[in-house]
Design a binder for this molecule. Structure first.
Ligand SMILES: Nc1nc2c(c(=O)[nH]1)N[C@H]1C(S)=C(S)[C@@H](COP(=O)(O)O)O[C@H]1N2
Ligand SMILES: [Mo]
Length: 452
């Protein structure tokens, strides 16, 4: 490094005849010197003084992110599959996903906690990885100012992929965390942004891992005494003029770990639910659900989505339809049907969930039987009295409708459903995302043709 730098910066010997005016070459020489060396500031390696930067720290953080982000990606894809987005436009807000939906499959109803665990892992892990991500970006920041910015076509492509990598990861973390914290503040849909963003990011991530993994593994295996110290310098991470250390590399790593642990402690409780929710200081705390049988987390209150008392009063009816047949039930008639019980959680995409609640109501298969669809019950379109909003209806797949734990619930934990939990009747399906457990249900349509 030293030698080549010295050579490059050496002023060129005058090659022209001494008779030429001396004024001309001076600016050119200056220009050449400016082009060959980095401008003052962060592009100069000596600008970066931290003795912590180096291949080892970057490699350890990188390997943690490799495992963590892979898990984030897989749980993210599973979370999307849980919506059964290929079933109906009602379920999906990214219908143009094309072949990116190649992996979709029928989301199962067993184990009934599958979505709850998947979403808890996705959201909690995303939050917990924030300090690791920031530390990793900090550890490689001198490379952002690398000089010259582009050395060759190959180098240019590599830097472009890093732009997608860093931009992509910041975008995914930002949209995810904003969604968890503030609900939907985006232009358009959160799903569209987060879903496409994930695919752009993961492409760059795979390329990055392919190029860097062997070096990272070597750096971690050899510890700080990397045999090729020159390679480390070339990697542009280590300061050529380090300031005296105030903390060791392991100490710095420990701080990052403590940061992640602290975030875990103030986040994870919302995914466990119940008493533990109180420990989730970072989780959004909106409506207080109160105590008693209906005292568990509420997503949207009846008032907040414009449910009028008259919509769910004595005039409320449940319409069950299938292929030209239709049955209309009053609440009393619904209560007169055979009541079944199922202990199931509510698990929201935003990461919060409740422990199992004891729901009771009428099996979806029994409702299908009313309109002649008792055996081989088909999928069902479930609609709410709610007038607008994306959550007013859902299409449930046949495997969900046929599961004997899938209910049109009228009671929870021994009490009549509260208005905010969906009185007079709501759907509850094992393993389904919270948003598919439609509240204030007024119509269920079994079968293909009628499903929107
Ligand atoms: N009609 C209707 N049903 C709905 C919603 C809604 O906004 N409107 N929110 C859904 C979402 S996103 C979740 S997580 C669950 C939450 O149920 P809970 O409020 O009873 O806990 O209800 C679902 N059912
Ligand atoms: Mo939700």
């Amino acid at each position: 490094m030293e030698a080549s730098d010295g050579k490059r910066n050496r002023p060129e010997p005058p090659s022209r005849a001494p008779s030429e005016p001396p004024k001309r070459p001076a600016p050119l020489t200056r220009l050449r010197a400016a082009v060959s060396g980095p401008p003052p500031g962060p592009s100069r390696p000596e600008f970066w003084r931290s003795p912590l930067r180096g291949l080892w720290l970057t490699a350890v953080l990188g390997l943690v992110l490799l495992v963590g982000i892979t898990l984030l990606f897989v749980t993210g894809l599973l979370s999307y599959a849980a919506y059964n987005p290929d079933l109906s436009p009602v379920n999906d807000q990214t219908p143009d996903k094309g072949w990116l939906g190649f992996y979709l499959f029928s989301w199962p109803t067993s184990p009934y906690w599958l979505y709850r665990v998947n979403q808890g892992v996705h959201v909690v892990l995303g939050v917990v990885l924030v300090p690791v991500l920031l530390a990793k970006l900090w550890s490689v920041i001198p490379k952002l100012f690398q000089w010259p910015p582009v050395r060759s076509v190959g180098h240019g492509i590599e830097r472009l992929s890093l732009l997608l990598l860093v931009g992509g990861v910041l975008f995914e973390f930002a949209t995810g965390i904003l969604n968890v914290q503030l609900h939907y503040i985006f232009p358009g849909s959160f799903y569209v942004l987060h879903f496409y963003g994930a695919w752009v990011f993961i492409g760059a991530f795979v390329v990055h891992v392919a190029f860097r993994l062997p070096r990272a593994v070597r750096a971690v295996r050899y510890g700080r005494e990397v045999p090729e110290a020159g390679a480390e310098e070339a990697a542009g991470l280590m300061s050529p003029r380090p300031a005296p250390p105030t903390i060791s590399r392991r100490g710095a790593l420990g701080m990052v770990g403590l940061g992640s642990l602290a975030l875990f402690v103030v986040t994870a409780g919302q995914s466990v639910g119940g008493w533990w929710r109180r420990t989730a200081l970072l989780a959004p705390h909106g409506t207080d659900p109160g105590s008693g049988p209906n005292g568990f987390q509420i997503n949207k209150t009846a008032a907040s989505v414009g449910i009028r008392p008259s919509d769910i009063g004595p005039a409320w009816r449940l319409t069950v339809r299938s292929a030209g047949r239709q049955v209309v039930l009053t609440r009393d008639e619904l209560l007169a049907m055979e009541q079944q019980e199922a202990a199931l959680p509510i698990a929201c995409v935003e990461g919060w969930s409740t422990p199992d609640q004891l729901w009771s109501g009428v099996r979806l298969t029994d409702l299908a039987a009313l309109v002649g669809r008792g055996t081989d019950t088909p999928r069902a379109l479930v609609e709410s009295v709610q007038r607008g909003g994306g959550f007013r209806s859902v299409v449930l797949r046949d495997n969900q409708v046929r599961d004997h734990r899938s209910l049109l619930a009228v009671r929870v934990n021994g009490a009549v459903l509260s208005r905010d939990h969906g009185y007079p009747a709501r759907v509850i399906v094992p393993g389904a995302p919270g948003v598919h457990n439609t509240k204030w249900v007024t119509r269920i349509t079994f079968g293909e043709s009628e499903s929107a």
